[in-house]
Design a protein. Structure first.
Length: 373
């Protein structure tokens, strides 16, 4: 069976009728329809009842995010503004499900490659250590409940969030896990990494780099991002003696097309920011990695975007879920990805891996999400 993408049906072919979106320079606001329980865009004539190719292009290019004026308090495109969220289909990889139906209609084997892609962000490498005197004193005053533990750590005792005891053992148990390190030089509201001069921090960077799994976590910048990110990348590469080609945006803070153009200029080949921090789901309608298309330039790029659909902070901070509730949500989303293939991508942090303080019990969540079963 062949595929016919044409205005008129072709005998012996699966017919998709073009809606016009893929014509040069065309922009259309998609209509939404639920067909056999599946949310589809651009409904119309044809064997599938909608223009699947237009839906794929609209979803993967992130057309709805270009030129957006309304953003959240962090300057991000909010999940609540997305079409999939408003139609209640964000937690379904709807594009993957549609493609599976097309394969079946063509008499082809549905791709079912499934994998789990854990990842860890290190926003602040230590709970107590690695600060200057002023910053450490300010934190001590604000967090009196940790006074005893703070004193022990500062006198040479263990630090619960230390990457050497949280992240590196996890990489040995789950060797496909990606790690993204924030390396801001100046501390501000959004970027609060410990001092670069702190020797244990430098040693941790070296050990992480040796795994080959370390990536860049570009700091949040209102201006001059290119210069700051290049400097941060250079410091990690020099300290760890390895090249960085993978990244994820700190706070999932990015906008189209500038952020991805800047990452390409930095030599980044893979980015893992395609998801929402405040709610679970599939931002681009897919769990499969895909190449970024620069919509303004009408140009394909070699930058590969890896979607994630779930994060520890999303569950605990935004959704107010318990450990058990987070485990159940992870199992649900994982089953949906497994059904159509792709990567079940999720995010944890070194502090949530510590299994201590407010993150007591969350190590179980990581293990459940990372378990292929």
């Amino acid at each position: 069976m062949k595929l016919a993408y044409s205005v008129e049906p072709v005998l012996g072919s699966v017919w998709i009728c073009p809606c016009g979106l893929l014509s040069k320079g065309a922009t259309l606001v998609p209509k939404v329809q639920v067909t056999n329980g599946l949310t589809v865009l651009f409904p119309g004539p044809g064997d599938l009842g909608y223009d699947l190719l237009a839906m794929a292009f609209w979803s993967l290019s992130r057309m709805e995010e270009y030129g957006v004026v309304s953003r959240d308090s962090f300057g991000r495109f909010a999940a609540a503004s997305s079409l999939f969220y408003r139609n209640g289909s964000l937690e379904e990889p709807v594009l993957d499900a549609g493609l599976a139906l097309l394969y079946e209609a063509l008499g082809l084997t549905v791709p079912s490659a499934f994998s789990i892609q854990p990842s860890i962000d290190i926003d602040i490498a230590y709970q107590f250590k690695g600060r200057g005197v002023g910053r450490a004193a300010g934190a001590a005053i604000k967090q009196l409940q940790y006074t005893q533990r703070r004193i022990k750590a500062l006198l040479g005792g263990p630090d619960a969030h230390d990457p050497q005891t949280t992240v590196l053992p996890t990489l040995k148990e789950h060797p496909k896990t990606r790690v993204f390190l924030l390396a801001n030089k100046r501390v501000n509201t959004f970027n609060k990494q410990v001092r670069r001069q702190f020797k244990p921090f430098q040693e941790a960077v070296k050990d992480l780099a040796q795994t080959g799994l370390l990536g860049l976590h570009p700091s949040v910048q209102k201006r001059g991002a290119e210069i700051r990110w290049a400097e941060e990348k250079a410091w990690i590469e020099q300290t760890g003696e390895s090249e960085l080609t993978h990244s994820r945006q700190h706070y999932i803070h990015f906008s189209f097309p500038n952020t991805y153009r800047q990452l390409i200029e930095l030599g980044i080949k893979h980015d893992y920011s395609m998801g929402y921090p405040e709610t679970p789901g599939f931002r681009a309608g897919t769990a499969y990695p895909f190449a970024w298309y620069d919509l303004e330039k009408e140009e394909a790029t070699e930058l590969i975007l890896h979607p994630f659909c779930l994060m520890d902070v999303t569950c605990k901070g935004y959704q107010k879920l318990s450990v058990e509730g987070s485990i159940e949500l992870g199992q649900l989303l994982k089953s949906r990805v497994r059904a159509t293939g792709g990567e079940f991508g999720f995010i944890f942090h070194n502090e949530s891996l510590s299994d201590s303080g407010p993150w007591k019990g969350w190590r179980r969540v990581f293990e459940s999400w990372a378990h292929d079963g």
